[in-house]
Design a protein around this ligand. Structure first.
Ligand SMILES: Nc1nc2c(c(=O)[nH]1)N[C@H]1C(S)=C(S)[C@@H](COP(=O)(O)OP(=O)(O)OC[C@H]3O[C@@H](n4cnc5c(=O)[nH]c(N)nc54)[C@H](O)[C@@H]3O)O[C@H]1N2
Ligand SMILES: Nc1nc2c(c(=O)[nH]1)N[C@H]1C(S)=C(S)[C@@H](COP(=O)(O)OP(=O)(O)OC[C@H]3O[C@@H](n4cnc5c(=O)[nH]c(N)nc54)[C@H](O)[C@@H]3O)O[C@H]1N2
Ligand code: SF4
Ligand SMILES: [Mo]
Length: 754
């Protein structure tokens, strides 16, 4: 036990220690956090036979997932034992990019080369000439931001065009309420649904999210079922009939990309019908009158015209949500994946505020966190002079004040143009830009090939590594190394525990980053090993990493009603941490960065309303990226049981449209559409699937496709399978926001030999 007493940390008692023997197997209890990729970190029990991982089960004593696991963790042994894994560091010379001619090298050679090249670029072109890219939700965020910033580069960024994931919701929420909130499913309590303080939400509003398939942003999808079983009503806002939409009390089948209008329409109805929470609005909201006037035009009829949702349904949903004592919003990435994405989040946050759904049981709560990784770790190592050079920050308000990262699309632009300064090297840790996280593959190809030196750290050879890497580093999976969970959502003191040795010469992300960090800036990386580094992060729980392992998950203290107790503001005053101390329906924070102080609906580019002529040529609306059970983004295609669930990419089409088009189910087609405002078109191949749950004229396809079994020198078919061929790297005026969910497209058959 450390000397410091843990501050009210609640331990979860387990029947066994974290490691024990059972029926000839070694059993290791722990937590699942990437790699392979996933945001969450469910409690797992890993069975190994000698040094071989043979089975993974959900930990029934873990309050978070309570024994449940989704298919991807059940298949982790298949991923860990996959014959396709990268096992050794590899190198290839720049002129051979795209050719399958990698040579095996030692870790020493790999790390020495990276150190030497990065230091050379830093000395000759400034540390900003090296970009550091990361993928989503992986167990790297803390280590990679620290690596970039302690190296001196402000250009640490995310592999998604114009940051169209999660950050916009966080930003919209923080700029309106002063902080970020998550839905209360009792996840903050070790005794979960039995906790006497918790109350089941009366209504759950699932908005642009498919929680069962996605388990995203700290929320385990099954919790939605848990609250439905306990009596919560359900509203789903989704253009597709999902499993949950089919169970919903009200399903709003909107035209893709019109969420902000739906939210403003609901807000207007709530105000006009006097359904809002007067006490909460009077006490805790700023700018109500202006907001009421602003949303006045969004009558149910006007809302129907723009969104396609019947006026009565808008009214009914608004009434159900507003009349509930406790309403929870489970929102998803569909809200972030449009130009002007901040407007969506802001409109929904204002709706939550009008109905008083904050800081009380069953509504939106303030998650206790150990390490807020979304804003990165190690920022203190970046000097203000270097931060000045952060790409996008000087010309894009959302990039400047947003997550502290450089603008991803701005990073691409700098790679393409060499402006405002040359980019010489790119560090790619957990990104497969060419198959998934990037947009417009033609641009992606040019951009990363302009860089002189690229390093890819991944689990498998990918189209991105094959196209761009000069050095490839093989990374260990979570059962092969230790870790802590410091991701998003509600935090526990949680350890990831090694069950088996790494495959081949794989090393963990943290070991790689610690080792390189020490070479770049030893003061910023004072730890001798990763376990020491983890201990310093979990210090506030009062445990070292090794001690925490036996008692994990350790729950952090939690309270409701923080704003009433003066616990949200730094000055100790009551209220919310905004300029006015209130939730700002009229936002000073947005006004100060030159944005409209109130959320506003803008019609997207290339939509039937904004570009009717173009849409005659491209008559369908295509939504991309709805999550698949078995795949995390571009991953898992080489895991046999997961691939079998959905062997090829499909496009879901309404059966009547299908009949009109004259296609057969299972037939291969091209989806083709304009790429944003570039004037170019792009296309991708898909197999046709009849889906009665789509409205006529709307189609839906998955993202992240490539064929790991395909020809490496054809980049594993990524260029023809990637639906991001239809998506632009461009951004809205704020620097954040690109359209993935409402593209214009046409569809025609793939010919023989194509
Ligand atoms: N299995 C699996 N889980 C994942 C991931 C994965 O790749 N695979 N990725 C992770 C990541 S990074 C993220 S961001 C999350 C995302 O997960 P979610 O937030 O669930 O996002 P999506 O699956 O893209 O879409 C959710 C729903 O939005 C609907 N939708 C499409 N267009 C619109 C629209 O315009 N408006 C509205 N209201 N709805 C629309 C889709 O039909 C879909 O049912 O999932 C995470 N979890
Ligand atoms: N059309 C369309 N495109 C989308 C989306 C969409 O909805 N529609 N969703 C977007 C969203 S929300 C996001 S967040 C991005 C995601 O984009 P990314 O998170 O960058 O996902 P990938 O591009 O699949 O790259 C992930 C790579 O990391 C590797 N990897 C997995 N885990 C680890 C790990 O722990 N360590 C290391 N070193 N490597 C690891 C995988 O093998 C894979 O090659 O994609 C976006 N792309
Ligand atoms: S959500 Fe699924 S893949 Fe992610 S940690 Fe939990 S069980 Fe594993
Ligand atoms: Mo994401």
């Amino acid at each position: 036990m450390s000397e410091k007493e843990p501050l009210h940390v609640i331990k979860v008692e387990h029947t066994h220690p974290y490691r024990y023997d059972e029926d000839g197997f070694t059993v290791t209890r722990g937590n699942a956090w990437s790699a392979p990729g996933c945001h969450l970190g469910c409690g797992v029990i890993m069975y190994s036979d000698g040094d071989k991982l043979v089975k993974v089960e959900g930990d029934p004593e873990h309050p978070y997932n309570q024994g449940r696991l989704c298919v991807r963790c059940l298949a982790v042994p298949e991923a860990v034992n996959s014959p396709d894994r990268l096992l050794y560091p590899l190198k290839r010379s720049r002129e051979n990019r795209g050719k399958n001619v990698f040579e095996r090298i030692t870790w020493d050679e790999a790390l020495d080369t990276i150190e030497e090249r990065f230091k050379y670029y830093k000395e000759n072109f400034g540390a900003e000439s090296v970009q550091f890219w990361q993928g989503t939700g992986r167990d790297i965020a803390a280590w990679i931001s620290r690596l970039a910033w302690s190296f001196g580069s402000p250009n640490y960024t995310f592999n998604i065009n114009a940051h169209s994931c999660y950050s916009p919701r966080i930003f919209a929420c923080s700029f309106t309420t002063g902080t970020f909130w998550v839905g209360d499913y009792s996840q903050q309590f070790a005794d979960r649904f039995d906790n006497p303080e918790w109350k089941c939400p009366d209504v759950t509003l699932v908005w642009g999210n498919e929680p069962l398939a996605a388990n995203s942003d700290g929320a385990y999808g099954h919790w939605v079922l848990d609250v439905l079983e306990r009596g919560s009503k359900l509203i789903v806002v989704d253009p597709r009939l999902t499993w949950l939409a089919a169970k919903a009390d009200i399903w709003l089948q909107l035209r893709p990309g019109t969420d902000c209008a739906v939210a403003l329409g609901m807000a207007n109805y709530v105000i006009k019908e006097d359904l809002y929470d007067h006490e909460f609005v009077d006490m805790w909201c700023y700018g109500f009158d202006e907001f009421a006037e602003h949303v006045g035009e969004w009558t149910p009829e006007r809302t129907e015209e723009v969104t396609g949702v019947a006026a009565e349904k808008i009214a009914a949903a608004a009434r159900l949500y507003a009349q509930a004592d406790a309403g929870l919003v489970q929102w998803g990435v569909a809200l972030d994946q449009r130009i002007d994405n901040l407007e969506n989040g802001r409109a929904i946050v204002c709706l939550m505020a009008l109905t008083g759904n904050f800081d009380k049981p069953g509504t939106m709560i303030q998650p206790p966190e150990l390490l807020k990784y979304i804003t990165g770790w190690g920022r203190e190592w970046l000097t203000p002079e270097q931060d000045e050079k952060r790409l996008g920050a000087n010309y894009h308000p959302a990039v400047r004040v947003g997550s502290g990262a450089a603008g991803s699309s701005d990073c691409i632009e700098a790679l393409l143009t060499g402006k405002p300064y040359p980019i010489k090297a790119v560090w790619m840790q957990s990104i497969n830009s060419l198959a998934c996280g990037g947009a417009d593959t033609e641009v992606t190809m040019k951009a990363f090939n302009n860089s002189e030196f690229n390093v890819v750290a991944d689990l498998f050879m990918t189209p991105t590594a094959m196209a761009f890497a000069d050095i490839v580093l093989p990374i260990a999976m979570f059962p092969e190394r230790n870790g802590i969970r410091c991701g998003d959502g509600c935090q526990r003191g949680e350890t990831i525990n090694q069950a088996v040795s790494p495959a081949g010469e794989c090393r963990s992300d943290m070991e790689v980053n610690l080792e390189l960090g020490r070479r770049f800036n030893p003061e910023a990386w004072p730890w001798e090993n990763v376990e020491q580094m983890f201990s310093s992060i979990v210090e506030e729980t009062g445990y070292t990493f090794e001690e925490l392992r036996d008692v994990a998950p350790a729950y952090l203290p939690f309270e409701y009603g923080l704003h009433e107790k003066g616990k949200l503001r730094k000055d100790g005053g009551v209220g919310f941490p905004t300029t006015t101390g209130r939730i700002e329906l009229w936002s000073h924070a947005f006004n100060n960065i030159g944005m409209d102080p109130m959320p506003t609906y803008y019609e997207q580019d290339n939509s039937p309303m904004s570009a009717p002529e173009l849409c005659e040529e491209f008559p369908y609306i295509l939504s991309t990226g709805a999550r698949q059970w078995g795949y995390f983004h571009s991953e898992h295609r080489q895991v046999p049981h997961l691939r079998a669930l959905h062997p090829e990419p499909t496009v879901q089409i309404n059966p009547e449209d299908l009949a009109d088009l004259g296609f057969e189910e299972g037939q291969w087609v091209w989806l083709e559409g304009p790429i944003g405002r570039t004037g170019r078109t792009g296309r991708c191949k898909r197999k046709v699937e009849a889906y009665p749950g789509m409205a006529r004229g709307v189609m839906c396809t998955e993202h992240g496709w490539w064929h790991p079994e395909g020809d490496p020198e054809k980049l594993y078919d990524a260029l023809e399978l990637n639906c991001n061929n239809l998506i632009t790297w461009d951004y809205g005026t704020t620097g954040w926001g690109a359209n993935h969910k409402a593209l214009a497209c046409r569809v025609y058959p793939v010919k023989d030999g194509e």
